[in-house]
Design a protein around this ligand. Structure first.
Ligand code: BGC
Length: 513
């Protein structure tokens, strides 16, 4: 490492340079990769609650729904094929992220984004034109491949472009775009539901092409990150890019750290085998557990099935879409809160506060539903009562989005050393997709069997994951990415997995300890 690191009071080292317009611009463009993910999350719930869609593709569910209006409210949408429509995408994304890992490592982050946008575009076209369930599901698989590529490359791209002290803010642009995508999708569903002739669902599905075009065209103009250029053996291009994005010629120190990271990464022939080494145990654990916990918080139950859930609670048609628009609005606002607090408060405080808020509101929702519907699922909800349920759901969503939502992508993208970064991010994406799939596939059946207890079930996970953060996740704010190893070395638990020889390229302890 070049000498003269400035150790700041918050625990990180600061390289010279400023936030340039160029970085802001590239990060805004790259973040739009989140739109395709968000649009998809938001669109499927609304579409699956539209009667013309059900009648065309899932007539059995339609009949079941009609028959259920006077009987068990918990079970009216319980159908495996309908759930496969929602969840097939996530399996495809899971598989795709492994291919995306090789693309981001060998060709760069940019090509991975481009591939993602383009595949998503084809999937959107197929879905909009769907004549049968097969077309629907194949289309969704292509959307999934697109999301696998985008989620693999975008968070890492953002973290690498950003100066360390603003990395949280710029990275959370991804979460902001996810939530804007969700909100846009919910508003679109609300509008298309009113289209006469029963083709509204088609418009909803086809409009996924809009975010796909945005990221595809955007990616064409994006430069690659200095880290990726260095990793791929272009040191001069890397140096030029670093100068450009930091807006100064004084990049010697950051550049030297990149060179050192590259030296290590050259020795690593097999990132997949390497990530299993003892010294990476902390990163591997986080790559698996952070996305797992993010999903078992239960958030996607709300995102996918909010309209269905609200209908179950007694809101009819329009009202249920409106309620989900409300939760979409909270998602966007909460992401903004996270963007502007994450580099000041740090990651841990947001995780712990958000966890507490989610816990209280989940218990409240479960209890309110229990009181009205009991275990039989038969009952009605007076307006004021249902409004209280919606309110607590919004409190829950806010707590999620500024903690696990935003940080569930930020933290994994910033903790892997260069030599295992692409592989690590793939694990994060695929675990995320696997459990998004499990929740999407199982939720309607779980609601049918576990009833209001489902909310207590998720609350239990929130307790476990919050305790996990308290004990095992060190603070990463302000620490340069290629210096992150020192954070683990300074941690009471993870330090035992890292030997002195693993202290890689730096001689300076950025923690100032
Ligand atoms: C999660 C998604 C979730 C979204 C919005 C993202 O961080 O990965 O599963 O739907 O936030 O709530």
């Amino acid at each position: 490492m070049a000498g003269g690191a400035i150790v700041d009071t918050a625990g990180g080292k600061q390289y010279p340079g400023k936030l340039t317009l160029y970085v802001v611009f590239t990060c805004v463009v790259a973040s739009t990769g989140g739109l395709i993910f968000g649009y998809d999350i938001g669109i499927s719930g609304g579409v699956t609650s539209m009667d013309p869609f059900l009648l065309k593709f899932f007539p059995e569910v339609y009949r079941q729904k009609q028959a259920a209006s006077k009987s068990n409210q918990y079970c009216q949408y319980d159908n495996q094929l309908l759930q496969a429509f929602t969840s097939s995408l996530y399996l495809a994304a899971l598989v795709a992220s492994f291919f995306a890992s090789a693309v981001t490592r060998i060709l760069g982050r940019k090509w991975s984004m481009l591939a993602g946008g383009f595949t998503f575009l084809v999937g959107a076209a197929l879905n909009g034109a769907a004549q049968n369930v097969a077309m629907l599901i194949v289309g969704r698989m292509l959307l999934g491949v697109g999301i696998g590529f985008a989620n693999q490359s975008v968070p890492v791209y953002l973290s690498e472009m950003a100066p360390a002290h603003l990395r949280g803010m710029l990275n959370i642009g991804f979460q902001l775009m996810i939530t804007i995508g969700i909100l846009a999708a919910e508003l679109i569903n609300y509008g298309t539901n009113k289209i006469k002739g029963g083709h509204g669902w088609r418009v909803s599905l086809a409009l996924a092409a809009v975010p796909a075009v945005i990221i595809t065209v955007g990616a064409l103009f994006l430069p690659d990150t200095p880290n990726s250029l260095m990793e791929r053996g272009h040191p001069e291009a890397s140096r030029r890019m670093l100068r450009r994005i930091r807006g100064t010629d004084d990049i010697g120190e950051e550049y030297a750290d990149l060179v050192a990271a590259r030296e290590i990464s050259k020795q690593v022939q097999h990132p997949w085998r390497n990530i299993l080494m003892r010294k990476y145990r902390a990163q591997l654990t986080m790559a698996v557990l952070i996305p797992f916990f993010q999903q078992v918080s239960g958030i996607n139950v709300i995102n996918f099935y909010a309209p269905v859930l609200f209908e179950t609670l007694g809101f009819k048609g329009d009202a249920s879409l409106l309620s989900s628009v409300m939760t979409g609005g909270v998602l966007v606002l909460g992401s903004v809160v996270s963007m502007f607090t994450v580099d000041r408060l740090g990651r841990r405080k947001l995780f712990l506060q958000g966890g507490a808020q989610m816990l209280v509101s989940q218990i409240a929702v479960g209890t309110l539903i229990a009181v009205r519907f009991g275990t039989s699922g038969v009952g009605e909800m007076p307006r004021g009562y249902a409004a209280a349920v919606v309110l607590f759901i919004c409190v829950y969503v806010a707590g999620f989005v500024w903690s696990w939502g935003a940080l569930g992508w930020l933290v994994p993208s910033e903790i892997f050393p260069l030599e295992i970064r692409s592989a690590g991010q793939s694990i994060t994406v695929s675990v995320n997709m696997l459990f998004t799939f499990v929740i999407a596939q199982a939720f309607l059946t779980m609601l049918c069997h576990m009833k209001f207890g489902l909310f207590y079930f998720f609350a239990g996970w929130v307790v476990i994951m919050t305790a996990f953060v308290a004990l095992f996740l060190p603070e990463t704010k302000n620490v340069p990415m290629e210096e992150m190893v020192l954070v683990w070395k300074g941690h009471w638990f993870w330090s035992r997995f890292i030997g002195d020889a693993d202290d890689i390229h730096t001689g300076v302890n950025v923690l100032g300890k």
